[in-house]
Write a protein that binds this ligand. Sequence first.
Ligand code: ADP
Ligand code: MN
Ligand code: MN
Ligand code: MN
Length: 330
Amino acid sequence: MIKAEYIWIDGTKPTPLLRSKTKIVEAGAELPIWGFDGSSTNQAPGKSSDCVLKPVFSCPDPIRGGAHKLVVCEVLTSDMEPHLSNTRAKCVATESRYSDHGMWFGLEQEYTLFKDGRPLGWPEQGFPAPQGPYYCSVGGDYVYGRELVEEHLTACLAAGLKISGINAEVMPAQWEFQVGPLSASAVSDQMVVARWLLARIAEKYGVHVSYEPKPVKGDWNGAGCHTNFSTIAMRESYDKCVQAAQVLGERHELHISNYGAGIEERLTGNHETCSWREYKYGVSDRGASVRIPWQVARDGYGYIEDRRPAANCDPYVVTQLITETVCSRI
Ligand code: ADP
Ligand code: MN
Ligand code: MN
Ligand code: MN
């Protein structure tokens, strides 16, 4: 028998939480459908509380080791329809409609570690020295939480996730990991596992992982989830990359309103962002909504970076929207 940790996204508003529970299953057997009490997760009224967990992605569980598994689930209603909170179903439908475009996504997940109600390592009173030395830093004066972050990276690799890197961020106690490039649903499934592992490992340290877009007000960077993407055509042609950047502007408001609660607090026009009120793109421009990386301009093909999504975004929603907006237009 093995322990299978069934993970799902709940119905908490405005930003859903991850939930999980353990099922003991036969090693090697197919992972069965399961259920939970939706009235305790903002997913159902008490009178008809049963929700269904349908396994959609599984990988080795690096916490428990052995043959134990982590299992990402979609939530269904008891009549086996996608639950209102289930954003994955729509993501998969859109992805298959445009499968001939060969969409790839690479997500840069930023997050902030908190302990005792303040960012990890910050003084009890006042603030650390201003931003400047912390991004990609090394050394005890600048780096807070490295041990936890390293443990998370090792766990993600042991789970078989396609992590492409990590770095310390501009604000002290803020970090980033990158997942991808992968298809829309695959990168999102892996993001769910990576976020779950981060929260699970942080428990050991008594640390809270915050995805707040603006965890500390004032002259401190916010936390985003830059979403890099390409189609087959973009991977062959620079013009297509520019066209993709152009068409994303045609549905700017729709994207902004679905890129995470509190997004306006981060997209101020300062701290390497473009104001949420406007849309612009440019080569190497970290003050734009969408950046075309300089190597892409040089090579004449590649991918582009949507810098707007907040750290607390739903990756299924973000990748679904980008797929729909871009693939229906270029
Ligand atoms: P930044 O310079 O913005 O910090 P990162 O190195 O953190 O960039 O992240 C870049 C992301 O882009 C990675 O997740 C990587 O997997 C992804 N990426 C690279 N090439 C492509 C591509 N052709 N299509 C989609 N994503 C890509
Ligand atoms: Mn990055
Ligand atoms: Mn970053
Ligand atoms: Mn980036």
